[in-house]
Every structure is written in C-alpha cells, then in structure tokens.
Write a protein that binds this ligand. Structure first.
Ligand code: GLA
Length: 346
C-alpha cells in the first residue's frame, strides 16, 4: 500500500555530484572506478501538479515547461531540461511538479551536474506519483538510460551510480561489470580538492568516439576488463592500441590505488593518480593543455600526493589529494570536497 502524496505538500529532492579519484574511461567497458559523491548538490524544490513539469532554474535563464507524458525528450527546450524530460519519458508518469532547481555544482564542469539533475528528477517523480522507491542501482540504471535517450551520449554507469549510492566519509570502488559497490574509507587527514579549469568543449562527440574505439579494440582482443597489457600489442592499429593500453592499465591502477587507500599509503595513491593523468593525456588523449598545466602545478605543490584530470575530459575539473599542510592558496579556485551520502528525498 502506498501513501498518497498530499497535493499541496512541497517536496525536496537532492543529489550530490561526484568526483572520480581514479579510473576514467573504464566504466563503459565494465572496468573499475574509484569515485566519491561530494558535498555539492543539485536540489529540486517543488509541488506536485497534474500532467506537466514546470521548472525554473537558479542558474539558467529559460524555464522548462513540458507536458506529460514526454514523447520526445531529445527535442526539449531549453537544453538543460533534457535531463529532466529523459527521466520523465522513461518513467511514463502522468503527474509532474512545479518548482525550482538550483545547484552548487559547476555546470559542465565534469562533476556530474547532469547525473545529479537526473537523480533529483527521478526521486521527485517517484514521490509525486506515489510509486514505490527503487534501489540505488535501479535508480542509477534508469538515469543512465535517461541521459542516453535525451542526449545520445553513450555514458557508462559511474556518475549515476556514485551520486545514487554515495557513502559519507568513503570513496566507492565500483566494478562496472558486476556493479558491486564497495565503500573504501578516506583517512580523516587526507583532503580531496577539485579545481575547475574550463567548460568542456566537443566533449560528447569525442566521448562517443572513444567508446566506439574501445569497442573496436574489444573485437580484436576480447573484453578489455579481462585483458592483460601484453595482449594489447595484438591490436593492429596504433591508435586503438593506445586506447586499449589506457583502459587495461587504468583498471590495474584502480585496483592498486584501492589497496593503497585502504592501507593509508597516500604516497603510492598519489603516484597512481599522476600515472593515470599521463595515460589519459598520452594514450587516451582526452586532456587539454590547460588541464595538463593545472595538474602539473598541483603535482608540484608541497603536501599534494597526486593530481589528475577527472571525468570525461576535454575541459572540466582536475582533482588532487593532499595532506593538511598543503598550501593550496596559489591553486586558484581549488575547493575542498567531502565524501557524502547519495541522492535523497525529503
Ligand atoms: C563521463 C561519463 C562516465 C565516465 C566518465 C569517464 O563522466 O558520464 O560514464 O565514462 O565520463 O570516466
């Protein structure tokens, strides 16, 4: 039995963003990632209404006003509303909401502002339609599909699953094949910072290209998640070899970084972050000169264990991990982020 939502009651749904500590461009081949949900949120505050979604945004000039059920989410105007209508389309709900959305995440900054909006929308729609709650994995899978139907970007599961299932004080080791999520505690005296570098450019087409290249490599040597570095040499194309080398070595780095974190061996953890950046830059070619420069600067700062670009690349943020002595004042705009719990409804 479900409790009928009071039509006049305000509902608040919010989702954190995420930062990935290590393991980028591995999730869509079922590889390993080590992200954490962060204390920056997208929040929808709304009242239930019939047959429509009306949403104003604190950060965008144009309002979303769409009828339910949603037929063609990809055609939604304004464009930011596609993440909302993508979810509504998949849920095929009749009751919507009227309210506002705001975020403390940088938009297009590689910290999963879109996954956070999808998750907040999904929780809101489930609540106002009196639908039973979903598991964090079901929510994440729904939102990942929503992103694909709304934007055509064949993203992996990392962002949505991290924002849905964050654990306070911990990073999450996620096996993107088995979808097992294992919290790994981050020592209290280890500080995680993100630094916004630039808005992402050309990110979605370049991302789809990389996904396609990994699939081509897999046609030659089988699943990359099971491959050894040695077998990469059997790929007949130099570019595909480098793409595969990144994925195979990155999976290995995530495993080793997880052990290092559990042992509180932050020197090794930091070295693996630095190696990850090098591989994303040289083998996977998803970094930019500006990001490389920011990473170098952070790596040279005393007290910083390691630094790398984070997320899909082509702009966005870098992440670095430091001890309490690190003087980050000369790393412009660096912000301390804390690992938090996942998306929730009030
Ligand atoms: C984006 C995607 C994720 C993942 C990262 C790269 O954030 O949404 O699924 O592939 O890029 O690790």
């Amino acid at each position: 039995m479900f409790i009928t939502t009071n039509l006049s009651a305000e509902v608040i749904a919010r989702s954190p963003g995420r930062v990935n500590l290590i393991g980028d461009h591995t999730d869509y081949t079922g590889g390993m990632v080590l992200p954490m949900a962060i204390d920056r949120y997208t929040t929808i505050t709304a009242n239930p209404i019939a047959a429509a979604i009306q949403l104003t945004s604190a950060d965008q000039p144009d309002k979303l006003n769409c009828k339910l059920p949603v037929v063609e989410p990809a055609a939604t105007v304004p464009a930011w509303g596609r993440y909302v209508t993508g979810v509504a389309h998949l849920l095929q709900v009749r009751r919507g909401f009227s309210g506002s959305v705001s975020t403390t995440l940088p938009l297009g900054g590689g910290l999963s502002s879109s996954a956070a909006l999808e998750l907040a929308t999904a929780l809101m729609l489930l609540a106002v339609n009196d639908l039973p709650s979903l598991t964090t994995l079901e929510l994440a899978q729904l939102c990942r599909r929503a992103e694909f139907v709304a934007t055509d970007v064949p993203c992996g599961i990392m962002d949505q699953l991290t924002c849905a299932s964050g654990v306070s004080g911990s990073a999450l080791l996620i096996d993107c094949h088995s979808l097992q999520v294992s919290p790994i505690e981050i020592p209290h005296d280890v500080h995680v910072y993100v630094q916004f570098v630039a808005h992402r450019k050309l990110a979605s087409s370049a991302y789809s290209d990389r996904v396609a290249q990994c699939a081509q490599a897999e046609q030659q040597i089988g699943p990359l998640r099971l491959a050894e570095v040695g077998s990469v040499r059997n790929i007949d194309d130099e570019v595909l070899q480098r793409r595969a080398l990144h994925v195979v070595s990155e999976n290995d780095r995530v495993r080793r970084a997880t052990v290092a974190l559990a042992l509180q061996d932050m020197t090794t953890f930091g070295q693996l972050m630095n190696e990850s950046h090098q591989s994303l830059r040289d083998n996977f070619e998803v970094s930019t000169e500006q990001m490389d420069e920011a990473v170098r600067h952070a790596q040279q700062t005393p007290g910083v264990f390691g630094a790398r670009m984070t997320g899909g690349g082509f702009g966005g943020c870098i992440v670095f991990v430091a001890d309490a002595t690190a003087d980050i004042d000369n790393l412009e705009g660096a912000m301390l982020v804390k690992p938090v719990g996942g998306a929730e409804i009030n």
